[in-house]
Design a protein around this ligand. Structure first.
Ligand code: BEZ
Length: 239
């Protein structure tokens, strides 16, 4: 087996369940003190490789167009790239003034975009993967909860634009899991059945298989679901 070659020291990236690493930074919306400024809110902290690049432009336009939707789930967006503030400002102005993509035009990016020329924040969050590119952040996504705990981490390479419907689904699924104490199965969307927590004892497992437990349907003792309407979900998680 050969060792992976890299000129950069390995940086431990924050993991699911870890507190979000703290930093202060200049952004296109002024200085931020992260995560303190976002206490009580969900945050999607995401990195992109570079300003003035096409995939990133398509992503920013899509995210900006969906910002109100994310806000309605108490979720703020914070972007980052290893570019300076003036580059960020010029790029966001170009997007608003000149770029049309999939029917979107005149798109104003109102969420903060962090300048990180020093790579301090990108390194802290493990956003640089030297064997992909040593000077550009990959497309990392950190979903951070209102207590500043990292709840999901998703990475994409430079060439692959993210799926923003999936990011919204992740927010809805995490909030639903928290609110109803359930898990969400493959491809879950609001309105689909949810998974009830596994039976914690032989007695509960037997009861679930032998008796009808209020709306719980068991395929086997370890695999039980219950209906949860889209209305109930949306009422619980929409702010
Ligand atoms: C882009 O956003 O288009 C891009 C950025 C870096 C490498 C490849 C594509």
């Amino acid at each position: 087996m050969t060792a992976i070659e890299t000129s950069e020291p390995t940086v431990a990236m924050p993991r699911i369940g870890d507190p979000a690493p703290a930093f202060t930074a200049a952004t296109t919306q002024g200085d931020i003190n992260f995560p303190a400024d976002y206490a009580g809110k969900w945050v999607i902290l995401f990195s992109h490789p570079a300003d003035f690049t096409p995939v990133c432009t398509s992503e920013f336009m899509t995210f900006a167009a969906m910002a109100d939707q994310f806000a309605s789930y108490n979720t703020e967006l914070v972007g980052l790239s290893i570019d300076g503030l003036y580059s960020h400002i010029a790029w966001l102005r170009t997007i608003k003034d000149k770029i049309e993509f999939r029917g979107m035009r005149d798109v104003e990016v109102k969420f903060p975009l962090i300048e990180d020329v020093s790579m301090e924040v990108a390194r802290k969050y493990g956003m640089i993967m030297p064997n992909e590119d040593s000077t550009k952040a990959v497309r990392a996504v950190f979903v951070i909860d209102p207590k500043a705990i990292i709840r999901a981490v998703i990475y994409y390479p430079l060439s692959l634009g993210r799926n923003f419907d999936e990011l919204l689904r992740v927010i809805k699924a995490l909030q639903t899991a928290d609110h109803f104490d359930v898990a969400t199965p493959a491809d879950w969307r609001p309105g689909d059945a949810v998974i009830v927590p596994p039976a914690g004892s032989c007695g509960t497992a037997k009861q679930r298989m032998d008796d009808q437990v209020d709306g719980v349907e068991c395929v086997d003792w370890f695999f039980c679901t219950k209906e949860l309407s889209a209305d109930d979900v949306e009422r619980a998680i929409q702010s």
